[in-house]
Ligand binder design. Structure first.
Ligand code: AMP
Ligand code: GLY
Length: 407
């Protein structure tokens, strides 16, 4: 089977690596750190299965275009991708499906938004309605900061069109868990849970990013919780989508907060998480290509199986990320890191210079991953590997998986 992976990041590198265990793989556009990357567009590649990584081409209807050409595609159409493309639409669907979530309001008028903020207790949560590369969410204890965000979002100053409509939510507290479910339109199977670290700085401080690290398994997310989320969130969501005429074949990424009153849905994404994919997929001991092909065909049969090994990934990012990153620096040490036991390095924001060296080309540059018999062992291997890698201004969090290290 030839699988075409669409995308250019660490998630796509991990997808290509795990799909490559049982299938031939090409990646478009990929990047110079991913084998079999090609400039050919997905439409120009004749593959048996297409796996679309990022949200933007899904929201843009790539899966629909490929399906109308008779291709087998893992990834929702533009209609299902609205779950991620519009937070207001997603919140409406959650309410209809009866999925527990934070109270919220949707606003295009400043006065209405500020009046709603006045009814809430801290923490205050202000989100762009549209896509903002994981950076459009502000969670703050300061009402003043939340009010200022309302102005910057609605004016288009902060996130352009994506912020001209916004969602304000009740602030929830508790540990977070990411559960990726593989869906065939009707049925779903859960992959192993992961936890990611969205803030840029240690101690969950600073701005939201696409994700600075992750680990799997998650000690607080056992099989009962996974079953609860599949039955009370994922399946009702698929059924409500079907009621709206939407045949959702792809990943439903459930981002939940485990609150004292039970799990609540923070967000749905319509794709594998990045960097969650880098810790979940390598743990699979069953055939990923077969699983995704079944889901794409609307006939899930196999059950994913996972190794008991723990995986931890630390994201190495460019100076100034999540702002406009410094780029063009030569990356050193990737091969030294890969020589360590249990270590894999997935490439994201990288390019090649005239001398053939890999250089930084984006915010999140590398996803340095390690496995081990415990989270503690995987974590210490991951950080040893990170210490081998360098470029000027490289930044990473030093506390990924620290609080579960005994698990
Ligand atoms: P989202 O993109 O909607 O998942 O938001 C990104 C991050 O912001 C989440 O992973 C949470 O850490 C935080 N967040 C989002 N919504 C809430 C909320 N209602 N209460 C507290 N934190 C939130
Ligand atoms: N790691 C968060 C995301 O992929 O949205």
């Amino acid at each position: 089977m030839l699988v075409c992976v669409v995308g250019a990041g660490g998630r796509e590198h991990a997808l290509a690596s795990v799909l490559g265990r049982t299938a031939d793989v090409v990646v478009t556009p990929g990047n110079p750190g991913i084998a079999n990357s090609t400039d050919a567009s997905p439409e120009e590649i004749d593959a048996d299965l297409y796996v679309i990584g990022p949200e933007a081409p899904l929201v843009d209807g790539l899966a629909d275009r490929l399906r109308s050409d008779g291709k087998l595609v893992f990834g929702p159409g533009a209609d299902g991708a609205m779950l991620e493309g519009s937070k207001a639409w997603m919140k409406g669907l959650l309410a209809e499906a009866g999925v527990p979530t934070a109270d919220f309001g949707t606003f295009v008028e400043r006065g209405d938004a500020l009046a709603f903020l006045d009814t809430l207790e801290p923490p205050y949560v202000v989100k762009t309605d549209g896509l903002a590369a994981g950076k459009g969410v502000l969670v703050t204890e300061s009402k003043q900061e939340a009010q200022a965000a309302v102005d910057r979002y609605l004016s288009g100053e902060a996130f352009g069109e994506a912020g001209r409509r916004l969602v304000i939510e009740e602030g929830l507290v508790g540990p977070e868990v990411s559960l990726l479910a593989v869906c065939d339109g009707t049925n779903a199977v859960a992959l192993a849970p992961a936890q990611d670290f969205k803030r840029i700085d240690d101690g969950d401080e600073g701005r939201n990013t696409g994700g600075m690290g992750a680990y799997s398994p998650v000690p607080v997310a056992g099989q009962d919780l996974v079953d609860d989320i599949v039955h009370n969130c994922v399946l009702p969501t698929l059924s409500t989508l079907r009621d709206r005429g939407i045949d959702y074949r792809g990943v439903l990424y459930a981002g939940l907060m485990l609150t004292p009153s039970g799990p609540k849905m923070l967000e749905y994404n319509v794709r594998f998480g990045d960097p969650e994919a880098q810790v979940v997929l390598p743990r699979l001991t069953s055939d990923l290509a077969e699983l995704l092909a079944e889901a794409a065909a609307g006939e899930l049969k196999s059950q994913p199986e996972f190794s008991s090994k723990a995986h931890v990934t630390v994201v190495c990012a460019s100076e100034n990320y999540p702002g406009s990153p410094r780029i063009g620096d030569v990356i050193k040490g990737i091969e030294d890191a890969r020589e360590l036991e249990g270590v894999e390095v997935f490439c994201a924001g990288v390019a090649e210079n005239d001398e053939g060296d890999l250089v930084t080309a984006g915010g999140r540059v590398l996803s340095v991953c390690a496995s081990g018999d415990s989270i503690l062992e995987a974590r210490s291997r991951a950080y040893e590997a990170v210490s081998k890698v360098s470029w000027p201004g490289m930044q990473y969090r030093s506390d990924i998986a620290a609080h579960t290290a005994g698990g």
